[in-house]
Ligand binder design. Structure first.
Ligand SMILES: *Cc1c(COP(=O)(O)O)cnc(C)c1O
Length: 356
């Protein structure tokens, strides 16, 4: 299924820096592996991808993506499984979504052999950087930006695709307390919410900062028109457990179609839980937390896997959720997804990609 380009131009580092990795003390996004991938698309033609020692790149100040934001990314992880093999989780889904984002931002799409083959080649070279340890992984960051040197507003003719990799540990140390946002918005119907484009994250920083000043960890976004329905949270999709049933907002142009979200829905259904993809109203959830019918609210995304919230803030009031236990649905789903990724549980859905 996955074609691999044989013609990567590879320049290896003279000496690996992998000894810099301390699996017990990983600070996310600060340390990068020995190599990176660079592939340029010139007037619609992809050039031979290169794998080079990780390092700075220099650009002309008129670089189009710096001015008008044609820039997209993906976030995925590689792990060490129980047999000490390096694996990725559903990487083809990231590949597909990357090109969906590219199309929305009017950018070149990336061929599968460069995206998938590039990840595979890089992981082979830098396998020493895939940390062992329960919550550890190697975070993979494919991204692409417009590389025309031109100040006019139009789609760029040239693009640069890159992959960099960075060791990752546990995401949040404490369960986050989230604020239900009813003033600012993340995405509107017809906009770019479903694309992993750089500007979406820039736009979220200010409202998130205000929420942090009020003592919250993260935001829970509501729909742009009415602020009555949940959308998602930060870089996570969101699930609610009400009366033992899972609820999650159905995806649309305003919600990023998370691969973790999709995986959890499939695992939950397979385990016999009822899962409903539907409108989830703020009012119903706040009432449900108060009357005890809503027992769990959690985020789902590659970075966090499953992140149960300690409580939500709404219109100045805080609503605490019961503490999570091993019997909580979020714990059971996290354990299962993790088990599949690490080869501890049978890979019934054929989700695990072994680096070869
Ligand atoms: C990446 C991301 C997610 C989670 O997607 P996964 O494929 O599960 O990692 C959810 N929401 C937003 C806004 C994101 O950027």
């Amino acid at each position: 299924m996955v074609e691999e380009a044989t013609d990567f131009k590879i320049t290896k580092v003279k000496e690996s820096r992998a000894h810099q990795l301390d699996p017990n003390n990983i600070v996310f996004g600060t340390l990068f592996t020995d190599h990176m991938l660079v592939a340029d698309c010139v007037n619609g033609v992809w050039q031979t991808p290169e794998i080079l020692p990780y390092g700075d790149i220099s650009y002309n100040p008129a670089l189009a993506s710096l001015h008008y934001g044609q820039s997209i990314f993906e976030g995925m992880k590689a792990f060490r499984n129980v047999d000490d093999e390096v694996v990725m989780f559903r990487p083809e889904e990231n590949f597909k979504r990357f090109n969906i984002s590219a199309e929305r931002m009017c950018m070149a799409t990336v061929p599968e052999d460069i995206f998938m083959g590039g990840l595979n080649e890089l992981l082979k070279l830098d396998s020493a950087w895939v940390p062992s340890g329960e919550d550890n992984s190697l975070y993979l960051r494919p991204f692409m930006f417009a590389s025309d040197v031109y100040l006019g507003v139009r789609p760029s003719h040239n693009y640069r695709f890159m992959i960099i990799m960075s060791p990752a540990g546990k995401y949040y140390s404490n369960p986050p307390k989230v604020k239900i946002e009813t003033e600012f918005i993340r995405a509107a119907t017809g906009g770019v919410g479903y694309a992993k484009c750089a500007g979406n994250y820039a736009a979220s920083l200010y409202p998130a900062k205000l929420a942090q000043e009020q003592g919250y960890t993260q935001l829970l976004w509501t729909d742009a028109q009415t602020h009555t329905k949940f959308e998602e949270s930060g870089t996570m999709n969101v699930f609610f457990v009400q009366d033992g049933k899972l609820l999650t907002p159905k995806t649309s142009t305003t919600i990023l179609k998370g691969i973790t979200r999709d995986s959890l829905i499939k695992i939950a259904r397979e385990k016999g839980y009822e899962v409903s993809e539907q409108d989830v109203f703020v009012k119903d959830i706040v009432e449900g937390i108060e009357n005890g019918s809503v027992t769990e609210v959690f985020g789902a995304g590659t970075a966090v896997v499953v992140s149960p919230f300690s409580g939500v803030g709404f219109e100045g009031n805080d609503y605490d959720l019961p503490a999570i236990t091993e019997k909580s649905i979020s714990s059971i789903l996290k354990e299962s997804l993790d088990g599949i990724r690490k080869g501890k549980e049978e890979d019934k859905f054929n989700w695990v990609y072994k680096v070869h």
